[in-house]
Design a protein around this ligand. Sequence first.
Ligand code: GUN
Ligand code: ZN
Length: 449
Amino acid sequence: MAHLITGRLLRFTADPFAAPPEACATFDAHGAVLVEGGTIRAAGPVDEIARLAPGATRDHMGDALLLPGFVDAHMHYPQTGMIASWGKRLIDWLETYTFPEEARFADPAYARQQAALTLDLALANGTTTLASFCTIHPGSVEALFEAAEARGMAVVAGKTCMDRNAPDALRDTAQSAHDDSARLLADWHRRGRAVYAITPRFTPTSTPDQLEALGALWAEHPDCPMQTHLSEQIDELAWVRALHPGAADYLSTYEAHGLVGPGALFGHAIHLTARERARLAESGAAVVHCPTSNTFIGSGLFDAARTRADGIRAGLATDTGGGSSFSMLRTMAAAYEIGQLAGTALHPAQLLWLATEGSARALRMEDRIGTLAPGSMADLVALDLASVPAIAQRTERAGNIWEALFPTIMMGDDRAIRAVWVAGVKRAGSGRDRTLENAAALSTLPRAP
Ligand code: GUN
Ligand code: ZN
């Protein structure tokens, strides 16, 4: 059955970091997306698109802006419960807040509860795909993939591997990390929309033996992504140097074990050497900018414009719970603010591209998500560009679509999410009500010990 969604429409035609940003998108003031069998059949001016399927059912979104659903390319669903924890920096933040919370995921019921909560928060914020770290417990991966399957979402996830510098309850071994990851990969990778990511947490918490075992697993399954962290905070760099005194730099500790190449996703990547930049560009690896996390944990200023100019793939992400918001709108705003501090005012086209197609490209999933191209899955968001009075009064003065969009990027939140479709099925909308509903439902669940 064909379904027509009408509204204003913005589609990228080119990479706004590679050409003048305003010229990289087509805007239809009266547009439509035609959905059939969960995929996009066509998108464009409503008159043209409506003719393709005269009998289609319809959703009129008025002057809401129809976009691909947001793609959050790096986050930690097990950290939802401790987001916004005060006063620490990366290493003591991990020890004080993160590891105790992640230990709770030994309980599969708690994992299922947090997986459902996180995906509902993501949808309420217009995020239709996320790439998440789980915990060392295989059940934490199963819980997230099951919750994603129930919602029809394309989720990237993997067992977080750690065999040193972590509490006993959160340590695996090189062998068990390999074997558990291999089994989860066999069970889940490409089952429906699930994508398994091989996931060493970062160099300080994996022995060279563990990195080697995971590098060997990746070599057997090169179509899986590999996600980890790189050069986030200065103290972390010093720790990596102390653990690997002979290494040329941080990236080389991954390279030594076959963990740099197409499909690699390096969260943060703020403090890079020239060699690391060149190597990231030539290898086809991607870096993921996590701006609310970088300010919240005090990590530093990622230079997005320079990263793209260096030819490095880049995506955008919340990094919750190091990040302080589930909203990719808030994340784009933080990217803009960090861009200003780093010396470049990112154009709204660049911010929006990073949050959709750029993240999809980082995940190497741009043939399925992150665009409105025919054949892509119908993961969509309808954005209200006048969601609250403060934004509405500003949008009224806008002279073009970018001026109309920018106040929502800077000041918008889940109230701007008028509707969300996952594979053509409406899953959320009027974010605020939906979030409250979910919170109410959650309060009836038993608490984990
Ligand atoms: N580096 C290693 N683990 C983490 C994590 O959980 N969050 C962040 N922000 N950085 C990390
Ligand atoms: Zn992270």
